[in-house]
Design a protein around this ligand. Structure first.
Ligand code: ADQ
Length: 485
């Protein structure tokens, strides 16, 4: 996974208003955030509105953020390096080169990522990779141990760290531990494909609270727990496991919507937005923004755009599709294949439909500044968010927050993104059906203003309700034992 992007996601996710969180923490205990990558305070300002803004809100004074520094060394470090900035302690360890390859590229991104995105055919399992995964989770636990205080709340994030809680328990840690799964969860029949399925579930279930993006994911986890751990969850999703009570909760992630709207407003005035405008002229913009990842359904999306041009020729020369697909995980083979596949399909579509003064599909893989992206969303008449499977998908929420309320664009959203559970006023599509997606783009391009406004109004209200701040406080309330799901 492109770790810089991932950090942005996490950073924004922890975007908790300082005042409110400070109050919360006074009532509660110190929060230790644990994630595979930790945003470095030195990266501040590196990208306008990205890490810089995210970091400011990521963790509140007094809290600690623990994880991998992003650096590779000869061996995985046993002791964390500490940096304090704005009252937040960043504690990081380096990963040994071999651990990085096997844990990160191997088991996390070569086995867990495809499986949890329902792509068992892409799963590459090897025992040495899995052993390295366990070893890195153990190394994280050991390096965190000396930093812990008795009352700390430990909040572990995502699929790279499924077994860390179990390692902490092994080391005698009795603090409350929470885990949040940012990506989807799979039903038992699919999890069974993974040889250490039961061990991974046991690892997660060493927590007090296990959180998911959607109710579907939470129920899938509970089904797996029943099937593999032989437990018996109650109606609230609580079950006893190894003398502890585990509770599964749904706490969907969000964005700081108001701040994103402001960013989009400011972005309109930038050179990037102006250049895009000049290049488009009067044409309607259809926009996709994703990491270059096979879960995002990019080849299918390109095909759908091709079908639009073929089936609805009234849009020829009147529309332009821009796909921003930031390169990620280039060391994993399936990502290299995807890149070649997209190059080919983009070439096919442009070869078929381009004119001497019009290129229908633009596709770029180099990084784009966050402000520029916000401005592009605002200019886009259609936001195309069509992953084949996605935990949530924050691009869908950012697109909604960036629109002009008086003249908003239309979101076309995959039913397999977690965001589709909330954002029901989008045009919901099956991304595997190119004709259905093409029809939805056509509907979006021809939708009357009043309908666009009314759909957008409902969507914006939802994006402003389920914010990053709410995500954090809901989860931490559960972890603090304050709220029952
Ligand atoms: P991701 O798979 O990375 O996150 P997503 O939620 O869409 O997916 O977040 C991507 C973020 O990166 C967005 O904030 C977007 O603006 C930004 N981004 C994308 N392309 C970019 C580019 N080219 N340049 C700069 N920024 C770019 C995982 C899960 C998701 C879940 C999140 C958070 O896969 O399902 O929503 O975590 O939980």
């Amino acid at each position: 996974m492109n770790e810089v992007l991932k950090n942005k996601v996490l950073s924004r996710s922890f975007s908790v208003e300082r005042a409110s969180m400070a109050g919360l923490q006074a009532k509660m205990k110190r929060t230790i955030i644990v994630s595979n990558r930790v945003p470095s305070p030195h990266e501040k300002g590196a990208t306008a509105g990205g890490l810089a803004v995210g970091l400011a809100d990521a963790a509140t004074p007094g809290s600690m953020w623990f994880g991998w520094s992003g650096k590779r060394a000869l061996e995985t470090s046993t002791k964390a390096e500490m940096v304090t900035a704005d009252g937040v302690t960043y504690a990081t360890i380096d990963l040994g080169e071999r651990d990085y390859t096997r844990f990160y590229n191997g088991f996390a991104n070569g086995a867990l990522w495809p499986l949890f995105h329902f792509r068992s055919g892409l799963l590459m399992f090897s025992r040495p990779d899995y052993e390295a995964y366990r070893a890195v989770n153990r190394a994280f636990a050991k390096a965190l141990l000396p930093l812990l205080q008795p009352d700390d709340l430990i909040w572990i994030h995502d699929y790279q760290l499924l077994t860390m809680a179990a390692e902490l328990r092994e080391l005698g840690v009795v603090n409350r531990i929470g885990f949040f799964m940012h990506i989807p969860f799979v039903p038992p029949a699919l999890l069974a494909v993974l040889p250490p399925a039961a061990e991974l579930l046991a690892g997660m279930s060493a927590c007090d609270v296990v959180g998911f993006q959607t109710e579907r994911d939470r129920l899938a986890y509970l089904d797996c727990a029943k099937a593999f751990l032989n437990v018996n969850p109650d109606r609230e999703g609580r079950f006893a496991f190894r003398e502890r009570q585990v509770q599964a909760v749904t706490t969907p992630i969000g964005i700081d919507a108001d701040r994103f709207t402001e960013l989009a407003e400011r972005a309109e005035l930038t050179g990037d937005a102006k250049r895009l405008n000049e290049s488009l002229g009067e044409r309607a913009l259809v926009l996709g923004v994703d990491r270059l990842d096979y879960s995002k359904g990019l080849p299918q999306r390109f095909d759908a755009f091709g079908r639009l041009l073929y089936c609805f020729p009234q849009h020829l020369r009147k529309v332009a599709f821009l796909q921003i697909a930031a390169r990620s995980r280039q060391e994993v083979g399936s990502y290299q294949t995807l890149r070649r596949e997209l190059d080919r399909r983009a070439g096919d579509i442009n070869g078929e439909f381009s004119d001497f003064d019009w290129v229908p599909l633009r596709y770029m893989t180099h990084p784009v500044k966050r402000t520029a992206i916000a401005g592009f969303y605002r200019r886009a008449r259609v936001g195309l968010v069509t992953p084949l499977r996605d935990g949530m998908n924050l691009v869908a929420k950012e697109y909604v927050a960036a629109q002009y309320e008086a003249n908003p664009g239309v979101l076309v959203l995959s039913r397999f993104a977690g965001a589709a559970d909330e954002l029901t006023e989008a045009l919901i599509v099956n991304p595997f059906d190119a004709d259905e997606v093409a029809e939805a783009i056509h509907t979006a391009l021809t939708m009357p203003l009043q309908e666009r406004q009314s759909r957008h109004k409902s969507l914006l209200a939802k994006v402003r309700h389920t914010t990053a701040r709410r995500f954090c406080s809901d989860f931490l309330d559960h972890l603090n034992g304050g709220v029952q799901h």
